[in-house]
Design a protein around this ligand. Sequence first.
Ligand SMILES: *[C@@H]1O[C@H](CO)[C@@H](O)[C@H](O)[C@H]1NC(C)=O
Ligand SMILES: *[C@@H]1O[C@H](CO)[C@@H](O)[C@H](O)[C@H]1NC(C)=O
Length: 367
Amino acid sequence: MASRISAWPLIQTLILVTFASISPQLADARAFFVFGDSLVDNGNNNYLITSARADSPPYGIDYPTHRPTGRFSNGLNIPDIISEQLGMEPTMPYLSPFLKGDKLLVGANFASAGVGILNDTGIQFLNIIRIGKQIEYFQQYQTRVAGQIGPDQTRVLVNQALVLITLGGNDFVNNYYLVPFSARSRQFSLPDYVRFLISEYRKVLTKLYDLGARRVLVTGTGPLGCVPAELAQRSRGGECAVELMRAAALFNPQLTEMISSVNSEIGADVFVAANTYTMHMDFVSNPQAYGFITSKIACCGQGPYNGIGLCTPLSNLCPNRDLYAFWDPFHPSERANRIIVQQILTGDNKYMKPMNLSTILAVDSRT
Ligand SMILES: *[C@@H]1O[C@H](CO)[C@@H](O)[C@H](O)[C@H]1NC(C)=O
Ligand SMILES: *[C@@H]1O[C@H](CO)[C@@H](O)[C@H](O)[C@H]1NC(C)=O
């Protein structure tokens, strides 16, 4: 009895010593960094002069505040749901003036609606944060954090962080296929364009690795021809638009292949391919099985499939967003995003290569 009681102070001392050796902020959570386009932008474009924005109603109608935030969703988007699943605060837009102090240690969201792999993608949106600039901001972020916790702790924070990058869709929709006879489509056949995109994307991923990223989820494109906007503009009788489906069918497998090649070059599973094409296709081809009444008609929009123009206060708006796979002409609803994140977390090899996020979390907690 007496010996059991006398052991307590020792155990308490051990616990204190263990925790004192790591910064308290780093002990409880892993940081999360997000790069890419509107599928993952948490509101950076609110701070820019651009037409690619989601800062007016009814965007955000199902967000906890019920107000628009700049997310292209009725509620949460994919990074928000990943943060939620990991028990973290949502990532704040890097351009937000409120992202400072301890908040920086949660991570940051550098994504900007309208961008692609290429610099000339999304030029019609004017002022957006192209991927090169997002990466420059990531460097700037590290300098700022180093000023707070020192360069060594900053390196640890970045090395241990989870990273998400979503790019590629706009390089087709807002570049190659933006107008008939676009500059890129006159320069490249589709297969050559895809090869060019993949080689440029490889440079982007390598740069993230050079800057310290060690666990990076890389999503492919969805079935680009099946979104309500394309059904309205390009489809015959509601079938997914053929050319954009061809683009996605070329791009996604080559992305997976490139990721595996980068990993073998590095000698570690740094990059993880998320097959968002198949994740989307599951509920696009059988919406009822996933509790949706439709995967063709957007909840918010106008014209055929609610797929024409933007989602604005004047658009048609469905009463129950959970019944629609697409929130607006291009972007999934929160419910669809939840289905996607569930597959990212627990999907098998058909969805996640070489492993899913639960496996990543389990492996990383052991090292
Ligand atoms: C994109 O623009 C950046 C900044 O202007 C430049 O450094 C980079 O080389 C460009 N990338 C390509 C592929 O042209
Ligand atoms: C994905 O996660 C589940 C656990 O939720 C696990 O059983 C499964 O083996 C994992 N699959 C792969 C390919 O890592």
